[in-house]
Ligand binder design. Structure first.
Ligand SMILES: NC(=O)c1ccc[n+]([C@@H]2O[C@H](COP(=O)([O-])OP(=O)(O)OC[C@H]3O[C@@H](n4cnc5c(N)ncnc54)[C@H](OP(=O)(O)O)[C@@H]3O)[C@@H](O)[C@H]2O)c1
Length: 251
């Protein structure tokens, strides 16, 4: 059955506006999917720390607290850059090792400040490099379509057509805490550019230390969903035929 959805209009860090809006809408649950993430470089985030704080730390905290007061379940979409370990999978209780950037540091701070809420009514999903294959500029395939050099360090990915339907199930089950929200397995940008986007001439370089890559464990996600999720490499290759060109050139 279709679930009615209303998009909020408040700036997420403006507490009174968020309170007022939720009182008017009276939702059964709240999904926080705003944030500052689209601009593609660590340097940009380092130069715009205040906006990153408002969208990625203060905003989700305000939302969690207002939902606590209004007794609403809350799902927050966030990044998986709280880990930078690529040799073994990091589960949801592993000590955080964020990428060395303002974005990574602020993202790790979010998990710390949200912890009392995560035990009660908030679910925080960790996304890595979302793939929609619909030409959206935020999709990893769109971002890599214009890459002029790539690294070969594999990372977890969130293949949205595979995983988004489960976000609704998690909301229905009122799951709380932190949850790695990625497919099993790992894929590197080199594999995507050379084998999925068929641009084998793009040169491979060493990964910059502030570029995110991590291996997130999916055991908790698969156990809650009671399913085996598709491996990200096979899922990507299956999507490859349906990949649309980016809507506009991606910087
Ligand atoms: N894209 C990725 O690769 C990726 C990967 C993992 C996780 N994430 C996370 O997903 C979230 C969204 O990323 P995205 O890629 O979808 O970003 P996006 O395409 O830039 O969209 C972000 C949206 O959030 C809104 N927003 C930002 N700050 C806000 C604030 N303080 N109050 C209200 N709205 C605000 C923006 O609205 P305005 O334009 O009006 O500011 C925009 O509509 C971020 O938390 C990001 O860290 C993204």
């Amino acid at each position: 059955m279709a679930m009615p959805v209303r998009a909020g209009r408040s700036r997420i860090h403006h507490r009174e506006a968020v309170e007022r809006e939720l009182k008017v809408i009276q939702p059964s649950a709240v999904v926080g999917c705003v944030g500052v993430g689209g601009t593609p470089s660590a340097t940009w985030h380092n130069l715009h720390e205040t906006e990153v704080m408002q969208g990625n730390l203060i905003g989700p905290l305000v939302l969690a607290d207002v939902c606590h007061e209004q007794r609403l379940h809350c799902l927050v979409l966030g990044s998986g850059v709280v880990h930078s370990e690529t040799r073994r999978p990091s589960d949801e209780v592993a000590p955080l090792s964020p990428v060395p950037s303002a974005y990574g540091r602020i993202r790790a701070q979010l998990e710390a400040v949200l912890s009392p809420y995560l035990r009660r009514h908030v679910l925080l999903l960790r996304f890595m490099y979302p793939v929609s294959a619909d030409g959206d500029g935020g999709c990893l395939l769109s971002k890599l379509a214009s890459a002029t050099r790539i690294h070969d360090t594999p990372s977890s990915l969130t293949i949205l057509p595979d995983l988004l339907p489960w976000a609704r199930v998690l909301l229905g089950k009122r799951v709380t805490g932190v949850l790695n929200f990625v497919n099993p397995g790992l894929v590197s940008p080199r594999l995507i550019v050379h084998e999925v986007l068929h641009r084998p001439s793009v040169p491979v370089v060493s990964k910059d230390e502030s570029t995110a890559a991590c291996w997130l464990a999916v055991d908790r996600l698969q156990s809650i969903c009671d399913t085996s999720l598709p491996d990200c490499k096979s899922s990507l290759l299956a999507l490859a035929g349906a990949v649309k060109a980016p809507a506009s050139p991606v910087q």
